[in-house]
Design a protein around this ligand. Structure first.
Ligand SMILES: Nc1ncnc2c1ncn2[C@@H]1O[C@H](COP(=O)(O)OP(=O)(O)O)[C@@H](O)[C@H]1O
Ligand SMILES: [Mg+2]
Length: 242
């Protein structure tokens, strides 16, 4: 199978001390990969490289077998979408914000219709004419997700997208997000700290620590990993019949 995104022998330096070093990492079509690890492990750094927002200092990044370089990075980036922890919304209507990604990519006709459909899908179409800066955290993140899905990205990259949403809104949004991911079969890479999020969403988990991939596996497979401090394992419901 052709990977959608892959890195080979990359080194990424940040500041004077930090060095991310990943020899091999690939994402296959339809996978939802969770990137987990302690603060400062390099999760956001790796996500930034995978999102083509910064090129590695050494090594290679591939998008559908094509090597990403300065020359084609913008074209590749236009096939990806990124959602950050803090929704990046502008001082205009919710609908304008949801359509912004499409407009920036030159798709003017139908952008608002498509954006509106995605606002509906995330249950915030009633806010379409409201100024985006007046939204609650949860509403704002729904608009960011609508904007990202409206782009129909080949890969959706998310950096702790639910981390600043209150617990109750979060669990509802995670369920809706999961249903959208599976109905659209979107390939996704999700940075998270939350084990319930991993369990609900991920098909594969990659553990990063000090700039290196330390372990990989299924959510249940890595449940007992020391990274969860023995806590998450205890919260896992048993497999049926076990
Ligand atoms: N622009 C920067 N300048 C200096 N150090 C940085 C910069 N960006 C990240 N770092 C450092 O690189 C390390 C990895 O950061 P990051 O990828 O953001 O970690 P994570 O997302 O896993 O918390 C951290 O030690 C961080 O302080
Ligand atoms: Mg981070």
């Amino acid at each position: 199978m052709t990977s959608v995104l892959a890195v080979k022998n990359i080194v990424v330096k940040r500041g004077r001390r930090f060095r991310l070093q990943v020899d091999e990492f690939a994402v296959e079509p339809g996978e939802v990969v969770a990137l987990i690890g302690p603060n400062g492990a390099g999760k956001s750094t790796l996500l930034t490289v995978l999102a083509c927002l910064s090129l590695p200092d050494k090594g290679e990044l591939f998008f559908l077998r094509e090597k990403v370089s300065k020359g084609n990075a913008l074209a590749v980036r236009r096939q990806l979408a990124v959602v950050f922890q803090e929704p990046l919304l502008l001082d205009s209507s919710v609908l304008e914000n949801a359509a912004l990604g499409l407009k920036l990519r030159g798709q003017k006709t139908g952008a608002k219709d498509r954006a509106y459909t995605w606002l509906q899908r995330f249950g915030v179409e009633h806010l379409a004419t409201q100024n985006a800066l007046t939204l609650s955290g949860g509403e704002a993140q729904r608009v960011s997700l609508a904007r990202a899905f409206a782009l129909e990205p080949k890969v959706l990259l998310l950096d702790e997208p639910f981390a600043s949403i209150d617990v109750i809104s979060r669990s509802t949004l995670i369920k809706e997000f999961k249903s959208v991911l599976s109905s659209t079969k979107t390939t996704a890479i999700l940075v998270t700290h939350d084990f319930q999020e991993v369990l609900a969403l991920a098909s594969r988990v990659v553990i990063l620590d000090q700039g290196r991939i330390r372990a990989q596996g299924t959510p249940r497979g890595i449940a007992a990993h020391e990274i969860w401090g023995g806590l998450a394992g205890a919260q896992i419901p048993p497999m049926p019949g076990s």
